[in-house]
Design a protein around this ligand. Structure first.
Ligand SMILES: [Zn+2]
Length: 86
């Protein structure tokens, strides 16, 4: 399982302050398999509401829609990652 980092704003948060949202493409991991399940995405408490409203879509479609509504999200993630744009 990935650590809790908001997929929209890139903020790291204690898991009590956000939630793992399961989208329509969610696929649980097979038993005893390590890793992060497809379609399960962490969101901080500020963004979990909008993410849950879009949980009927695939995680890719939902994130694309959220990035359109929150155009600064991509910039924030970039600034927090400390990596130059590619
Ligand atoms: Zn967030």
């Amino acid at each position: 399982m990935k650590p809790p980092v908001c997929a929209l704003c890139g903020r790291r948060f204690p898991s009590s302050e956000g939630r793992l949202v399961k989208f329509s493409n969610y696929q649980p991991l097979p038993e005893r398999m390590m890793g992060h399940p497809v379609g399960a995405v962490w969101f901080c408490e500020r963004h979990v509401g909008v993410a849950e409203r879009l949980s009927g879509r695939t995680s890719t479609a939902a994130l694309a829609a959220m990035n359109l509504r929150h155009p600064f999200g991509a910039l924030l993630r970039l600034l927090r990652s400390g990596r130059p744009p590619n």
